[in-house]
Write a protein that binds this ligand. Structure first.
Ligand SMILES: *[C@@H]1O[C@H](CO)[C@@H](O)[C@H](O)[C@H]1NC(C)=O
Ligand SMILES: *[C@@H]1O[C@H](CO)[C@@H](O)[C@H](O)[C@H]1NC(C)=O
Ligand SMILES: *[C@@H]1O[C@H](CO)[C@@H](O)[C@H](O)[C@H]1NC(C)=O
Ligand SMILES: *[C@@H]1O[C@H](CO)[C@@H](O)[C@H](O)[C@H]1NC(C)=O
Ligand SMILES: *[C@@H]1O[C@H](CO)[C@@H](O)[C@H](O)[C@H]1NC(C)=O
Length: 282
């Protein structure tokens, strides 16, 4: 027992050999020096990597947060959990939707668009490339006038049809860099897990604004919000003209395009959005 504790004391500090924990001062010094150099080297590598990465970042090129190759589709008004439920006769049940649309569409006012954006030639890309190292910034953007949404602009009908049971839903794409003509097809409803069924009966006839339900090419390519400071995202409004009342209608909106592999297996939610619409008559 005494031997054992003596052994331990010797191991911790051995006065004869001057070893601390079994090593001499020189040995400890070498170890510390080794780790010091090792960690300095690691820190240096890290700093160098960061530096190179920051060099390659470009202020004016959209980063992937800002740019998507496949469109993410979103709707307005933002309902609770993509649910738009209201009663035609109960003003309070749709007042929030109208307010939401008013706020969202405020920067689309014609007067505001004229101040900030260009009146571009429709049906062609609005190309503003940099020429080599010479940057072509800031870039201009095209006007998307609120009145182009006609019945869904909130100008002709300030309640967007909600008071008449003919609600407008706005469809917008996330900041897509580039795409070709895109059409909208809100015409299916979900009958089961992963099962979609055409159901024009419940959905009823629809009206699109702008009339053929496409996002015009002039709003593309999108160069990112740093380069195109006044960019206004194009919209398509869908008006439900005679949707069935007092029933849940599951609507899927799919964006189709000739170049994008929309709804590919890898990302089956790309290019589509589904929401529930329910219009009660009392
Ligand atoms: C757009 O017009 C509406 C009324 O028509 C107004 O309340 C709103 O402030 C305007 N927004 C801008 C950005 O001018
Ligand atoms: C937007 O509205 C303004 C003012 O009414 C008009 O001058 C302009 O041509 C419109 N732009 C487009 C793209 O329709
Ligand atoms: C953005 O809009 C402002 C007016 O609100 C305008 O003065 C400016 O020139 C515009 N910039 C670009 C790049 O379009
Ligand atoms: C949509 O309308 C534009 C002109 O208004 C036309 O050039 C284009 O072909 C139309 N697209 C479809 C799919 O009907
Ligand atoms: C609206 O749809 C109902 C069936 O849901 C139908 O009976 C009615 O005739 C339609 N009204 C119009 C104006 O199409």
């Amino acid at each position: 027992m005494a031997d054992f504790s003596l052994e331990w004391r010797d191991f911790f500090w051995n006065p004869r050999t001057h070893e601390l924990l079994g090593r001499t001062a020189a040995s400890w010094g070498l170890i510390l020096l080794f780790y010091l150099i090792f960690y300095l080297f690691l820190a240096g590598m890290f700093a160098l990597t960061m530096y190179i990465m920051l060099l390659t970042l470009d202020d004016y090129k959209p980063t992937w947060q800002d740019q998507l190759s496949t469109p993410g589709v979103m709707i307005r008004p933002k309902g609770n959990q993509l649910e738009i439920t209201f009663s035609t006769s109960d003003t309070e049940s749709w007042d929030g939707f109208v307010h939401n649309l008013n706020t969202f569409l405020s920067p689309y006012n014609d007067s505001y668009q004229v101040q900030t954006n260009d009146n571009c030639a429709p049906d062609e890309y609005f190309i503003q490339e940099d020429s080599g190292e010479v940057r072509n910034n800031p870039k201009r953007s095209c006007q998307f006038n609120r009145t182009m949404l006609e019945e869904c602009s909130g100008v002709l009908d300030r309640f967007y049809g909600y008071d008449k049971g003919q609600p407008c839903i706005l469809i917008k794409l996330n900041r897509v860099l580039k795409h070709e003509a895109v059409c909208l097809h809100p015409q299916s409803y979900k009958v089961g897990e992963d099962e979609w069924k055409e159901d024009s009966d419940k959905i009823g006839p629809l009206a699109y604004y702008p009339p053929n339900g496409t996002f015009n090419l002039m709003y593309y390519p999108y160069y990112g919000k740093k380069a195109q400071v006044n960019y206004t995202q194009p919209l398509v409004a869908v008006k439900f003209l005679n949707a069935s009342l007092n029933t849940d209608i599951n609507v899927e909106c799919k964006v189709t395009s000739n170049t994008l592999a929309v709804g590919s297996d890898r990302d089956k939610f790309a290019g589509r959005v589904s929401f529930k619409l329910r219009i009660n008559d009392k």
